[in-house]
Write a protein that binds this ligand. Sequence first.
Ligand code: URA
Length: 249
Amino acid sequence: MKYHIKLSKEMLKGVVIAILPGDPGRVEKTAKYLDPNAEFLASNREYTSWLSNINGNSVLICSTGIGGPSLSIAVEELAALGIKNFIRIGTTGAIQPHIKIPSMIITTGAVRLDGASKHYAPIEYPAVADLELSNALVEAAKKNNIPYYTGITASSDTFYPGQERYDTYSKYVINDFQGSLKEWQKLNVLNFEMESSTLFIMANAFGLKAACISAVIVNRTTGEKPDDSILAKSEENLAKVVKSLIENI
Ligand code: URA
């Protein structure tokens, strides 16, 4: 039984792929969308796990919590249980004006604005997604007529200063991050989220496969607050994409 996720190999029934949302509250809904007979496995801290079956393939849905440190624990323990394929399904804030809501961003590489990934590989090591899994996400988005973009994501340890939000308690963003949003825009970075860099570095360093698809819930060039209908639509779109991807395994 693994320490944090409270899962054992027997419970996983030969899982072929792990789907990793951040939010424990999204796990059950996603699992049941994939398989109405999905089974609850465990819940401890930010790690909630359900098992779905799609056409005979066991699929684990396990939340990671927010950010690299908590994701790294989930990936460590899932990898130790034999899981080799990981897909993060998250939410994101777009930073390029042309990106629509709702839409999806399939991250091909991540800017390492996190600390956890540096515990696995030096900063020169690239945070890149697995090509085959990413292509499978592209195909699944196309099949479901969901608008999508592929490209680079800035993956930050913090939601506020690291993503250059000034509505922090102090209303201050340190010098390192002042002007950073504009700079990422100029460098054609598509969006901000908080987990892909750690996931990609760990997967590549371990010889495993990982990809990331994020639902765009805000576009920072026009607003900050997602509305509830967008959040619900995003959840459904992510589940649809995962279902198509696994049906084509
Ligand atoms: N997640 C993030 O990290 N940033 C956003 O703006 C939205 C979701």
